[in-house]
Design a protein around this ligand. Structure first.
Ligand SMILES: [Zn+2]
Length: 92
């Protein structure tokens, strides 16, 4: 998890942003392991690999190898949304 904590955007902020994308229905599955994400600044493509890797077409991911879009897809595909929901309700 330590790699995720590096960078300018704090992890909890990124998780909340990812959670919001899921809740607002801004993630659309467009193909096998491929998702359209309607972000705040544009629509991006997140692709997941068979080995568990994800990539996103947004500038943030290109620079830092992580972003709220790819995180949202990870949470969604691994069934972690309800777990996250409980965590968020506890802290906010
Ligand atoms: Zn992204």
């Amino acid at each position: 998890m330590s790699r995720l904590e590096e960078g300018s955007l704090p992890l909890d902020k990124m998780i909340k942003k990812a959670y919001r994308l899921i809740k607002e229905g801004r993630i659309e599955r467009v193909g096998d392991g491929t998702y359209n994400i309607i972000g705040d600044h544009g629509t991006y493509i997140v692709a997941t690999g068979y080995d568990g890797t994800v990539s996103c077409s947004c500038p943030g991911f290109t620079k830092k190898r992580r972003c709220s879009h790819s995180l949202a897809v990870i949470l969604l595909t691994r069934g972690l949304v309800s777990t996250l929901e409980r965590e968020i309700k506890q802290v906010s």
